[in-house]
Design a protein around this ligand. Structure first.
Ligand SMILES: [Ca+2]
Ligand SMILES: [Ca+2]
Ligand SMILES: [Ca+2]
Length: 144
């Protein structure tokens, strides 16, 4: 019979995704795990700063206490929580260099977003409240 051909092509090998942990999935908590220094599931400002400090020291190749755009590239490529960070975001005074202070004192968006009570700690409870594990809207009637 003349079934339209387009409808059912066999899955092409290109689209198969054999490796489920290949980094495409970036929930905020997954990213934050990178810098949760003691891995207790609580993300604190101190841990964030310590993490940034380490990143900075590693990226500051000539040890002059500043990151140039080229050095900052190393930060992004470290596969870090800052993989898509913007140089200008850190370079507060726009002088083309990021000082250690500019870098380390940058607040963490993850903390800003999830730290409901402003104590500089994001606890698992706070994470749960704020929609990483979204509940489906109740009462809409349609189950899938
Ligand atoms: Ca921690
Ligand atoms: Ca430098
Ligand atoms: Ca908190």
């Amino acid at each position: 019979m003349a079934a339209p051909f387009a409808a059912a092509q066999p899955a092409s090998p290109d689209q198969a995704q054999p490796s489920p942990r290949a980094g495409g999935d970036r929930s905020p908590a997954t990213t934050a795990e990178i810098w949760d220094g003691n891995h207790d599931g609580v993300y604190t400002c101190d841990e964030w700063k310590a993490y940034l400090g380490r990143l900075f020291d590693r990226a500051d190749r000539n040890h002059d206490g500043m990151l140039t755009p080229a050095e900052f590239d190393g930060v992004r490529r470290a596969g870090s929580a800052l993989a898509d960070a913007d140089f200008g975001y850190f370079d507060e005074n726009q002088d083309g260099k990021i000082t250690r202070r500019e870098f380390v004192e940058k607040p963490n968006e993850f903390i800003l977003q999830f730290d409901k009570n402003g104590d500089c700690r994001v606890t698992p409870d706070e994470l749960k409240d704020s929609g990483t594990g979204q509940k489906p809207p109740g009462g809409r009637g349609k189950r899938s």
